[in-house]
Design a protein around this ligand. Structure first.
Ligand SMILES: CC(C)(COP(=O)(O)OP(=O)(O)OC[C@H]1O[C@@H](n2cnc3c(N)ncnc32)[C@H](O)[C@@H]1OP(=O)(O)O)[C@@H](O)C(=O)NCCC(=O)NCCS
Length: 214
């Protein structure tokens, strides 16, 4: 495996693993994107979004290019760490963490999707708790945010269930149509009250260094 820390980092829980999104893992996951199982109805993502592409080959190509762009544009001020979600060793989704002006604010945002045949079994909640552990314990974040369209019951259900507080709404477009997004916020203090002791981080020191975090 390449000696590039964000590709070697892992977060493990009793149910799932988040593994740095190597090309091998993206290769295992691409059939889910090709088959159209990475999106949902109503449309869950704000524009622009590769996963909305109608042609499956174009969809996979643009999705991969998006991950590679994220990998290639890491600075200490803006980074995005992409993880592939593994359940029983099988690639079933993605979970990302984004730090924007992290040095100034200490805030992170998360983004995720899960293969449609794996939903409603608590895996989305487990993924979010795993990435929050990475964010607060591993990276030292002070606050985590996320947002989802008001009718995205899955994403809003996860945010509510892991303890985020509602933090207003804002407009965005999806497939060109305007819609309101619910914003969510989880402070470090609130996370501390619910933090789990059965989640482990692997390769964290090297990952922190490569994100420009001391
Ligand atoms: C968001 C997503 C990852 C959630 O994963 P999941 O495994 O289905 O979520 P969970 O099973 O952990 O459910 C979490 C909570 O939401 C509720 N929920 C999940 N899907 C729901 C739905 N379709 N309708 C109503 N409630 C739902 C669950 O009942 C659960 O609530 P509880 O904790 O009170 O029991 C998944 O729905 C998904 O991939 N959606 C499409 C992509 C997406 O929306 N990404 C986020 C973009 S902002």
């Amino acid at each position: 495996m390449l000696n590039y820390a964000p590709l070697r980092v892992r977060v493990t829980t009793p149910r799932i693993e988040l593994a740095g999104a190597t090309d091998d893992l993206l290769g295992e996951l691409q059939h889910v994107v090709w088959e159209g199982k990475a999106t949902a109805d109503p449309a869950p993502y704000d524009d622009p979004m590769s996963l909305y592409e109608a042609d499956p080959d174009v969809r996979v190509r643009k999705w991969l290019q998006g991950v590679w762009r994220g990998r290639g544009s890491v600075t200490s001020d803006f980074w995005r760490v992409h993880f592939v979600v593994l359940v029983d060793g099988r690639a079933v989704g993605m979970q990302d963490l984004i730090g924007d002006q992290f040095g100034t604010y200490g805030t992170v945002a998360s983004f995720s999707w899960l293969s449609s045949d794996m939903r409603r079994q608590g895996v989305g909640t487990e993924m979010r708790q795993a990435i929050l552990h990475f964010a607060f314990e591993g990276v030292g974040a002070t606050e985590a945010t996320t947002e989802a369209f008001l009718d995205n019951s899955g994403s809003n259900g996860v945010s509510r269930s892991v303890g985020y507080e509602e933090n207003g709404v804002g407009w965005a477009t999806r497939r060109g149509e305007p819609g309101l997004m619910q914003r969510w916020r989880l402070t470090r203090q609130d996370w501390m009250r619910r933090r789990r002791d059965d989640i482990d981080l692997h390769g964290m020191a090297e990952c922190r260094e490569s994100l420009g975090l001391s």
